[in-house]
Design a protein around this ligand. Structure first.
Ligand SMILES: [Zn+2]
Length: 417
């Protein structure tokens, strides 16, 4: 009997283990590797292209009275003049009113990610520019990534401010210096490039018009080899594809390796939009995002009926697989499907803090192994087989009200707790 091939799965993970930013050449290279792997089985694979923002950054700088700091400009942020924007500096530590009152006309350093909530407050408080930072103070400057962050469209629509990003060591220095005025310069040309999903399908033998869509994003972020997030999910999907090729499914299975997930679920959004006339055929979305850490725990998050939570929980108990199952939303490629009322479940094996790393140079194979990746894949396979070959499809195609509300908040950019 053909099952998940542990060695082949691990091998493919190594092959796609390089930084694959959505819209980049490297992402295209990874898409080709996945496409060729599918085509080697004589199945047809499509590249489903969609446009994403891109830019050539010409100038990115931050100067104080004392020195120049190393920064990157926020991708897609507002351009300053060539001379830059000079304004008073302010370090915002609490957005509860006092600090916000001090932001008007200033370039503001914030502690958090550039989230919707804080960004809206900065705009309302009439800040003229923003600064973010990232890293761990215990690391040296050299061992700290300075990545190119993006100001997303949802935020730009509110108002596009110029912004820069710096290393945590420099943020500390800047706060200690506490300059009266600083000058930031951000100049870039913006345009569109293509990103792409890789898509293949195996027709169902008995109910071809009922479709189960598997998704996993194969893009990663700058500096990250993205083997954990989410090369792991990508290669699990490939093994499931091999499995259903050899064991023909009763229902149609579609595999979508999504591009540009890290840039705001752009690939899955594009897929759902492109297939909007046939979404009624999709009965379930099974998403996989992160897997493989040795020290970690498996989890399934169901954005759908509570009966599906129980189903997975019972199956895990039957099969002796340790996994936490809950009903909630999960920020990954399942969301665009769920937002259209399609029940979705997202599987993953997570390392706790200090055991696994995402979105930086430490997302590497050293904390993962093929056995753990295999075990997670094998459970997803067992679950998928049950679903796909059921006599009557067991999951009602409905979205409970508590989930509908959460999905709406999520898509509007509201923070989740
Ligand atoms: Zn991910």
């Amino acid at each position: 009997m053909i099952m998940i091939n542990e060695k082949r799965q691990w091998q493919l993970l190594k092959e796609i283990g390089f930084s694959r930013v959505g819209g980049s050449k490297e992402e295209k290279r990874a898409a080709q590797i996945l496409k060729k792997t599918i085509e080697a089985t004589d199945n047809v694979a499509f590249l489903e292209e969609f446009e994403v923002d891109w830019q050539d950054v010409k100038v990115a700088s931050l100067k104080s009275e004392a020195k120049e700091y190393e920064v990157t400009a926020y991708n897609q942020c507002a351009n300053t003049s060539k001379e830059g924007l000079t304004a008073p500096f302010y370090y915002l530590t609490a957005d509860n009113g006092v600090g916000l009152k001090n932001c008007e006309g200033k370039i503001v350093l914030i502690n958090d990610y550039l989230r919707m909530k804080i960004y809206e407050k900065l705009v309302d408080a009439k800040a003229v520019g923003f600064i973010t930072y990232d890293g761990e103070l215990r690391d040296s400057r050299e061992n700290t990534d300075l990545d190119n962050r993006e100001i997303r469209e949802l935020l730009r629509e509110k108002k596009n401010l110029p912004g820069v990003h710096m290393k945590i060591q420099d943020a500390m220095e800047l706060v200690l210096e506490n300059p009266n005025e600083i000058t930031i310069s951000t100049v870039q040309d913006t345009y569109k490039v293509n990103s792409q999903n890789v898509v293949t399908e195996i027709k169902g033998e008995k109910c071809p018009d009922e479709v189960i869509v598997f998704t996993a994003h194969y893009d990663s972020v700058q500096f990250s080899s993205g083997v954990y997030d989410n090369g792991a999910g990508s290669v699990i999907l490939m093994e499931l594809f091999h499995y259903f090729l050899a064991n023909r499914p009763d229902r149609t299975v579609r595999f979508v390796w999504c591009g540009s997930e890290e840039r705001g679920l752009l690939g899955s959004k594009a897929h759902v939009e492109k297939h909007k006339d046939t979404l009624n055929k999709i009965v379930l979305n099974i998403n996989v995002d992160v897997a493989g850490p040795v020290l970690g725990s498996d989890s399934a998050v169901v954005t759908g009926p509570i009966s599906l939570v129980h189903y997975i929980d019972y199956l895990a108990k039957e099969k002796g697989f340790e996994i936490l199952v809950k009903q909630d939303i999960y920020s990954s490629d399942n969301m665009p499907f769920a937002s259209k009322g399609i029940p979705a479940v997202s599987f993953g094996r997570y390392g706790e803090k200090g055991q696994a790393y995402i979105h930086n140079r430490y997302d590497q194979l050293f904390f993962m192994d093929s056995k753990n990746l295999y075990r997670t894949a094998e459970f997803i396979r067992k679950f998928a087989v049950r679903m796909i070959n059921s006599y009557a499809f067991p999951v009602p195609r409905e979205m409970p009200e508590n989930m509908v509300a959460k999905i709406e908040d999520y898509l509007k950019g509201k923070p989740q707790d």
